[in-house]
Write a protein that binds this ligand. Structure first.
Ligand code: MOS
Length: 735
């Protein structure tokens, strides 16, 4: 089914099942431990051996020697695999050749060998006996040191490396009010609960990998290319994923090494990336340095906006597209937005939840707060005055929906924004200095083609199959809701099977495109099934109604169980998105409100209240969407106040590479959180009229916290995370 014209009224709009807060249908499996994760596939891969990864202890250089004899002779060891004996490792689309290093070492903790043994403990003990001598090459590990010579990249992972409009320099010079501020955001790691983990098994030439992956078809393609085998011989199965956040978009070392190991030892092999390897072995959110200049009139109209962002990566790596939202969020005739990319020898930077906006808004939305203060204007009012309903760089291109102002107004009312004292460091609650902050939220709405198969089973129940993944987001449930709505069934009659490359290729989970795209694919398949049913019954497809397990047309009503007969019926289709995302800017909007307390003596920061208001198209399942936004807000607390991979600039690695050293928020750090969804349906985004929402919650929230800390204390910290050491010496004297 092509989607290239605005959605008309359709079966989804009934909203009997879709749009209702619905508990996860996979919840019972997870809470009872019956949902099988990749490392636990004892059921399908009995007698598996265990792999343990030996990783590089230097950032750059070569292996001078690798001594394996002691490891090979250790108890229980079945094989030791390295680049020398693994056979040919091809290059997939996404840098897969790097997944097993040697003799060249490209980054710290790059996998260099896999020890396979009867038990995990034996593999781990033997891995410690692998002796590697290195010849070390000098590397560049300091973004700030090389920033000024960083070139414009050939392409940006965002919309473009460089964009200009009008004449920024002179408009800024002439602006009555100017702001010129710089920010840094640190490297961050995904820190998902489930490590990257796989169990691999060969049957003849056919490989099956039970793994944790967001994008099944990308994974199959890259596994086939890397091993040099036909795609048809690779099956990936990933029905449950314990968190992805962008870190599991690609094939990683666990999957490739499990496959290589299983081939050598002739039985299934399990590999979970050791927790302490994840930060340096896999990808992370790259650090940025950002400079923002804003020029405005005294009444708060922006005339000039500049946003420059520097990040680094391994050769061939991508940029952090931190300026993308600045191209669309506020009007101003003169603008420039540029990204620069330095070569660093740190581990690969790549997508982490809301790549681009999550980092970019940490700068832009604090700059807006600073400008508002300079103008003596309410920060919401400043944003309202600079709202735009069209692409500022291309006024012919309208936003499909843009309710940013409504988000801010609704939030202000609900949060009690009028009680905020605009002068900082004025409000005390005992030992706490109290402040409020807000920020706009913005995230693009991407769409991806997505296919599904739907089977009307004997007895009248329905089974949906698609390789879509549920990375903790609620995909199972919204897909079941979609199918139930389309076919007039209750949820208990719908079975959803996901995350298997034997099923039709879906959008997968990433970039908050998954929910809208994958349910649109299910919609397409259900439409096809409805047509087939109409044909079978001689009904007019335009005049039939599915409800209560029956299909009705005119005076005739037939139970779906009867339609199914003894054979059942099955249909498959794919939603293919046309160019509506080019013709209209499709974005999601929100507003974040935060109250913090800062201890007047110790500078300890506690978030006290949080509210997000979101406008993100139709909300398919308000319960799951709320959880997603709350998750994003929680990650924002981490980004604002805690998370930072500490770079060892001499040896080139992230020092705090486990969950003991890398601090993320825990329950006790998170106060009452509230989420409001504005009533919206976007007929330009898909037949579902939904959009992404999972990443929106993370966008802008860190800036809202930073603005609240400023309002509480009068201290601006522009280098994230805002830890108490950066505040302590600058706090007002304790009264
Ligand atoms: Mo997302 S960071 O594109 O999984």
């Amino acid at each position: 089914m092509k989607f290239d014209a605005p959605a008309t009224n359709n079966a989804i709009d009934q909203l009997k099942v879709v749009g209702k807060p619905t508990p996860r249908i996979d919840g019972p499996l997870k809470t009872t431990g019956l949902a099988p994760y990749a490392y636990e596939r004892h059921d399908v891969a009995p007698n598996a051996a265990y792999g343990y990864i030996v990783a590089a202890g230097i950032a750059k250089g070569r292996i001078a020697s690798m001594e394996l004899s002691a490891a090979k002779a250790a108890p229980g060891v079945l094989a030791v695999i390295n680049a020398r004996n693994a056979g040919k490792i091809g290059k997939g689309k996404f840098n897969t050749a790097k997944l097993l290093g040697g003799p060249v070492i490209e980054h710290y903790h790059q996998a260099l060998a896999l020890v396979v043994a009867e038990t995990f403990e034996q593999a781990r003990a033997a891995a410690a006996l692998v002796k590697i001598e290195y010849s070390v090459s000098p590397g560049q590990f300091d973004l700030a040191a090389v920033k000024d010579s960083a070139p414009m990249p050939e392409k940006s992972s965002g919309s473009a490396p460089d964009k200009t409009q009008g004449d920024f320099a002179s408009a800024f010079a002439q602006a009555p009010v100017q702001l010129d501020v710089s920010f840094t955001t640190p490297d961050q790691t995904h820190a998902m609960m489930e490590p990257h983990a796989s169990t691999a098994a060969w049957e003849g030439r056919k490989l099956t990998v039970w793994t944790a992956n967001q994008m099944i078809d990308w994974g199959v393609s890259d596994m086939a290319k890397t091993l040099g085998i036909p795609k048809a011989d690779v099956r990936l199965v990933s029905p449950f994923v314990g968190g992805g956040f962008g870190g599991k978009l690609w094939l990683r070392a666990d999957a490739l090494l499990a496959a290589l190991g299983a081939r050598v030892v002739g039985r299934p092999v399990k590999v979970a990336l050791q927790r302490s390897l994840i930060a340096n072995n896999t990808v992370h959110r790259p650090a940025t340095i950002q400079r923002i200049r804003l020029g405005a009139s005294r009444d708060g109209k922006l005339s000039a906006i500049s946003h420059l962002s520097w990040s680094g990566n391994l050769p061939g790596g991508s940029t952090e597209p931190a300026v993308d939202q600045t191209r669309l969020l506020y009007a101003a005739p003169h603008r420039e937005t540029r990204v620069r990319l330095a070569v660093l020898d740190l581990p690969e930077g790549n997508a982490q939840r809301a790549p681009g906006e999550a980092s970019g808004l940490m700068a832009l939305e604090v700059a807006m707060d600073e400008l508002a203060e300079r103008l003596d204007m309410d920060p919401i009012e400043l944003r309202v005055r600079n709202d735009t309903q069209v692409d500022p760089e291309n006024p012919k291109r309208e936003f499909s929906q843009r309710q940013l102002i409504e988000c801010m107004r609704t939030g202000a009312k609900q949060f009690g924004w009028e009680k905020r004292n605009a002068r900082p460091a004025q409000v005390r609650d005992g030992r706490w200095m109290v402040g409020m902050g807000m920020a706009a939220a913005f995230r693009g709405n991407l769409v991806m083609n997505s296919a599904a198969r739907v089977r009307l089973n004997k007895g009248g129940s329905l089974t949906i199959e698609t390789d879509m993944t549920d990375i903790g987001t609620g995909s199972y449930t919204i897909i079941a809701q979609t199918a139930a709505e389309m076919m007039g069934l209750t949820l208990d009659k719908v079975f959803v099977r996901l995350g298997d490359s034997n099923y039709p290729v879906s959008a997968g989970s990433g970039g908050q495109w998954g929910a809208n795209s994958s349910t649109a694919g299910v919609y397409a398949a259900c439409m096809r099934l409805r047509e087939d049913i109409a044909k079978k019954l001689g009904f007019d497809v335009a005049n039939m109604d599915f409800a209560d397990g029956m299909v009705r047309s005119g005076a005739r009503a037939v139970p779906l169980a009867e339609v199914a007969g003894s054979e059942g019926m099955s249909a498959e289709d794919k939603i293919e998105f046309g160019d509506l995302t080019k013709k209209y800017v499709q974005s999601t909007f929100g507003a974040h409100f935060v109250e913090v307390g800062v201890d007047a003596a110790t500078a300890e920061i506690r978030v006290r209240r949080m509210l997000a208001v979101c406008a993100a198209g139709r909300i398919l399942n308000p319960m799951a969407a709320r959880s997603q936004v709350i998750g994003g807000m929680t990650m924002g607390v981490g980004a604002a106040l805690m998370e930072e991979l500490a770079v060892d600039k001499k040896h080139g690695f992230f020092v705090n590479h486990d969950l003991a050293g890398y601090e993320v928020p825990v329950h006790a750090d998170i106060p009452h959180q509230d989420v409001i969804f504005l009533d919206e349906a976007d007929p330009l985004s898909s037949p579902m009229k939904a959009k992404g929402v999972g990443e929106l919650g993370m966008c802008g929230i860190a800036a809202a916290i930073a603005n609240a800390v400023y309002n509480a204390t009068g201290v601006r910290v522009r280098d994230y995370p805002i830890t108490l050491d950066k505040l302590l010496d600058r706090l007002p004297p304790v009264a």
